[in-house]
Design a protein around this ligand. Structure first.
Ligand SMILES: [Zn+2]
Ligand SMILES: [Zn+2]
Length: 242
């Protein structure tokens, strides 16, 4: 399967040289989707239907709340809650009329299933997956076809531990044989260097809390713990596991 190439955003993210270029891209994509769902799409009947069916994960509902667009989020919540109530109503009515605990348990079981099913899926997480596949494919493609990109990549920190296996999966679709072998070896070597740098920095940071080092220089390691965690888990990623 081929994906649409996104060479400009991938080059831009590479040049930012953050902890992970895929995280940089995914954070931007996530913010775009949050804006999208709180923008004029709220008035689009097709989007409203999708929102009613799938909704968002807990983290993305919180992100939508934090974006301070009360009217848009109010509209989303209004129709989504109406839909939830429409689904629950028959069981709520049935439960009112039952006279045995056995029958009540059946109704409660159905209500529980419906409520649990509501938490499956997230429109923002699944859009992020689609964007990720395009970005990762483009990264591998550029690496395989553009020497300038390859040289620039080796000078950056590269990618995080969370995105490494995901990128390797996609690379197989973008690259063949010898290029794929080079890719596996070079990207892994880059990750190894990234680990070395992060460890060196975070270790130095821990040493700076010792009294005997109080006159030493921080060497830019004040936030090394944050960079280490970004490397460990990635900042820009889907929030709900599929
Ligand atoms: Zn990442
Ligand atoms: Zn989500």
């Amino acid at each position: 399967m081929k994906y649409k190439l996104e060479t400009i955003p991938v080059w831009d993210a590479l040049q930012e040289n953050n902890e992970c270029l895929l995280c940089t891209l995914m954070e931007k994509a996530e913010n775009r989707y949050i804006d999208y769902y709180l923008g004029s799409s709220v008035m689009n009947p097709e989007t409203r239907v999708q929102v009613n069916i799938t909704g968002f994960c807990h983290t993305h509902y919180q992100a939508l709340t934090m974006a301070s667009k009360p009217q848009a989020l109010g509209l989303i919540a209004d129709t989504h809650l109406q839909e939830t109530r429409r689904q629950l109503e028959p069981e709520i009515l049935r439960l009112k009329k039952v006279s045995t605990v056995k029958k009540a348990r059946t109704s409660i079981g159905k209500i529980m299933l419906l409520l649990k099913a509501r938490e499956n899926g997230c429109l923002i997480c699944s859009s992020m997956d689609t964007a990720f596949n395009r970005y990762a494919y483009t990264l591998a493609y550029l690496w395989g076809s553009d020497h300038e990109f390859r040289a620039a990549y080796t000078k950056t920190r590269g990618i995080c531990l969370h995105h490494f296996p995901l990128l390797m999966d996609i690379a197989e679709k973008a690259l063949q044989k010898q290029t794929l072998l080079d890719f596996y070896q070079t990207i892994t070597e880059n990750l190894d260097k990234h680990l070395d740098t992060a460890l060196e920095e975070v270790h130095w940071m821990t040493q700076m809390f010792k009294s005997e080092n109080r006159d030493k220089e921080w060497r830019g390691c004040q936030n090394a713990h944050e960079r280490a965690i970004d490397l460990e888990t990635g900042r820009g990623r889907r929030k709900q596991e599929p």
